[in-house]
Design a protein around this ligand. Structure first.
Ligand code: URA
Length: 440
């Protein structure tokens, strides 16, 4: 078999076989196929597309390029959730403990912040002492004992994706649904859970900006999961405005704790309960409505919060910040951003809001940067709210005034004001399962 012929067949719009895809993925992972040939294949896929079955096979080959985590040592159904990334998205910190409190196991590997989006591992590391690296024995033992562990991606998980993602980044082949879907799902398949719920974010703070694109991505990922024997579903949720009111690591942990106490923001609480209900449904605990009600019960009776605390203790973290989030180290500077206009906040460029939080120290501008866990933004006004000139739009937390000024300029440029109240945007826009798409 020759890589040249595989590239030529895809260039001509043909469907590649499992043998051809395995040859290309394995060869690229072991270095026998050079970057220039894989770049050509990626561009041919970008231009000619892939069938649903071809994408599922590509994903399986990418998943098998490294370790396939075997979770059979953990008893019961294991579920996983994945968000395609957004601003203020701290759902794992609420959803995972609720699901575990219902007796469904979550052995979850999460990521760090990427670009303007935050990452669960960074948020967890805001908790003093919290370990996000466990060896396999510790990881399995913890999930068997308390039903839950959330750690950073470890081991040699889908190395083909790591190389292909880096190549796509510099060859203008990122924005292609079969390639995005196979990239995300290869890591989920390798991570070993029986069922997967995807939270596909849509809007100006998401990687997918339109609803149609987001639904197409969700459909591609659900097809990949089901084709590879995992129960898979997706919710398409709004990211045209940040989720909740807190953006920044320890601030988001605080908001997650408040939500587990039943006092969280309405939008964030709704998304968490819908995701938890969806995961419990995939795990076979009943229909969606009953599962969502069970999740809500875990919020009301405090068992979800108790489970989060248990996980923090198990992973070496200081639980006093869960009992009293005011004990988190506080930022040196509190800085209020005032509205330049009266009217309505019609639209927020959520990606720019995320970058403003990065400028305050909540994320990394360069790969090697360290994070200021206390830095971030409390939103006082969100898209759709009425505002008076001079009223506080947001409060910034950071280490010095220069950072606050830089972030303020960007933050204000991200706001669009209007005289009339904008139409509200639905929070949960669609659900995708193996039975099809339901738009809300
Ligand atoms: N996240 C991934 O892991 N891969 C993509 O291609 C895009 C987002």
């Amino acid at each position: 078999m020759r890589m040249y012929d595989i590239i030529a067949r895809k260039r001509d719009g043909e469907v590649l076989s499992r043998e051809e895809l395995a040859f290309a993925v394995q060869g690229y992972t072991d270095g026998s196929i050079p970057d220039y040939q894989m770049s050509a294949l990626l561009m041919a896929i970008y231009l000619k597309g892939m069938t649903s079955e071809e994408t599922a096979v590509l994903t399986d080959c990418m998943a098998r390029s490294g370790d396939m985590v075997d979770l059979s040592g953990i008893k019961g159904v294991k579920v996983d959730k994945h968000s395609t990334g957004g601003v203020g998205d701290k759902t794992t910190l609420v959803v995972a403990p609720i699901v575990a409190a219902c007796g469904v196991k979550m052995a979850k590997m999460s990521g760090r912040g990427l670009g303007h989006t935050g990452g669960t591992v960074d948020k967890m590391e805001a908790i003093p002492g919290m370990k996000t690296v466990l060896d396999q024995k510790e990881f399995f033992a913890q999930v068997n004992k308390i039903g839950l562990a959330v750690i950073g991606q470890s081991g040699n998980l889908a190395p083909a994706d790591k190389k292909m993602y880096a190549l796509r980044d510099v060859t203008a082949t990122i924005g292609c649904i079969p390639l995005i879907a196979s990239s995300i799902m290869s890591k989920k398949l390798a991570a070993g859970s029986d069922a997967i719920l995807l939270d596909v974010k849509t809007g100006n703070g998401a990687f997918m900006k339109t609803l149609d694109e987001s639904i197409a991505l969700a459909e591609a990922m659900v097809a990949i999961g089901e084709h590879n024997g995992r129960r898979t579903a997706a919710l398409v949720t709004d990211m045209d405005t940040p989720l909740g009111y807190a953006v920044g690591n320890s601030m988001e942990v605080t908001e997650a704790v408040e939500t587990l106490r039943g006092h969280g923001p309405e939008d964030f609480t709704t998304v968490c309960l819908d995701l938890a209900g969806g995961l419990l449904e995939l795990a076979g605990l009943g229909g969606f409505d009953a599962c969502r009600a069970l999740a809500e019960e875990m919020m009301k009776n405090g068992k979800g919060l108790a489970k989060l605390r248990e996980m923090v203790v198990a992973q070496g973290g200081d639980p006093s910040v869960i009992d009293d989030p005011a004990l988190f180290e506080q930022a040196a500077l509190r800085y209020e951003v005032k509205s330049p206009k009266s009217g309505y906040l019609a639209r927020m460029n959520t990606e720019q809001v995320g970058i403003s939080a990065v400028l305050l120290g909540a994320g990394r501008e360069k790969k090697e940067d360290s994070i200021d866990f206390s830095a971030g933004i409390t939103l006082c006004k969100k898209a759709g709210d009425a505002v008076e000139k001079g009223e506080t739009l947001a409060v910034f937390y950071t280490s010095d005034e220069e950072k606050a000024k830089r972030a303020e300029e960007l933050y204000l440029s991200a706001m669009t004001f209007s005289e009339t109240k904008p139409e509200p945007i639905p929070l949960i826009m669609a659900k995708v399962t193996r039975d099809g798409v339901v738009r809300f």
